[in-house]
Ligand binder design. Structure first.
Ligand SMILES: [Zn+2]
Length: 162
């Protein structure tokens, strides 16, 4: 495994059966970590159809971690009825730190990114234009293009304490 891509599900605060197929780990609104149907190692080879399809054009070698929520989000003024929360964010950052350690993945923008960042950096993939994650409800002052660095700093903080 060589990278970790962080998402929101665009669903409710708990995973549904479709979400469980598309991500390896899903952090629900209680901060609980739900294992998806596929393991990270299933994404080493995506040609057999048995893998978590979380990032169009970037699934191979990529661990998909998703925060459950953000159904109905359209802008910072209209975040819908299922905003991701602080407990959930922190549990996600810690989960990413643990995965980075387990798989020996560097905590930098080449290896740990949001789906939004992946889409921006890979404009010819179907991930282009993805909005997860352009807004973190518990941290409303963090601007869209700062969120990746904000998350990586949080992940580093947890990684130093593992
Ligand atoms: Zn996504």
């Amino acid at each position: 495994m060589n990278k970790i891509i962080i998402h929101w599900t665009a669903g409710t605060g708990v995973p549904n059966s479709v979400d469980l197929k598309h991500y390896h780990f899903l952090i629900d609104k209680y901060g609980r970590i739900n294992n998806g149907i596929f393991k990270p190692e299933d994404n080493e080879n995506c040609y057999d159809g048995k893998y978590a399809a979380h990032t169009g054009g970037g699934n191979t070698g990529a661990i998909g971690v998703a925060m459950c929520g953000m159904c109905g989000y359209s802008s910072p003024d209209k975040i819908g009825s299922y905003p991701i929360n602080k407990v959930q964010c922190e549990a996600t950052f810690m989960t990413v730190a643990k995965l980075a350690k387990k798989y020996n993945i560097n905590i930098d923008d080449k290896h740990i990114m949001t789906h939004y960042e992946f889409g921006k950096n890979n404009p010819k993939t179907s991930s282009a234009g993805k909005i997860d994650i352009v807004y973190l409800p518990p941290y409303p002052d963090v601007k869209q293009n700062q969120i990746g660095d904000f998350i990586r700093n949080k992940v580093k903080w947890y990684a130093q304490r593992l």
